[in-house]
Design a protein around this ligand. Structure first.
Ligand code: ZN
Ligand code: ZN
Length: 131
């Protein structure tokens, strides 16, 4: 694999994602990067996000609720999206590794990864509903 040229913008994008737990979209990353690099374009941000995801430094959650979200947390974990406020939350207490085994039973290829998405109403929205 060719060594990537160091890019300060790409480093900043990665650092920004590491500080966020809310799985921002490219637009949100762009808005925040513009404060540091006023001339940065959405295209540059998007390209760097895709690149970082390709080399495994971040995770891309493609088309989650119709739009790509990005995650600075790269170890295996699942996500929940609220149908009301569209926020994407990490699911902590679960072990879905059996999914890999089950999926592999009648499958002759090689499975290396999986991604699970849960949908429903988040805690905050439930509270507002019940008030
Ligand atoms: Zn919600
Ligand atoms: Zn996540």
């Amino acid at each position: 694999m060719a060594t990537l040229k160091y890019s300060r913008q790409r480093e900043s994008i990665k650092e920004f994602l590491m500080t966020r737990k809310d799985h921002p979209t490219a637009d949100v990353v762009y808005e925040n990067m513009k404060r540091i690099y006023p001339n940065i374009s959405l295209g540059t941000v998007y390209r760097n996000l895709s690149l970082l995801a390709d080399i495994g430094e971040i995770r891309k959650l493609p088309s989650f609720g119709g739009v790509d979200h990005f995650d600075g947390r790269i170890e295996q974990h699942s996500h929940f999206m609220c149908n009301k406020c569209c926020k994407v939350i990490d699911m902590e207490s679960e072990n879905l590794d059996h999914l890999l085994e089950d999926a592999g039973k009648d499958f002759n290829g090689e499975i290396s990864d999986y991604s699970v998405r849960f949908f429903g109403i988040c805690e905050d929205c439930l509270k507002t509903e019940n008030n």
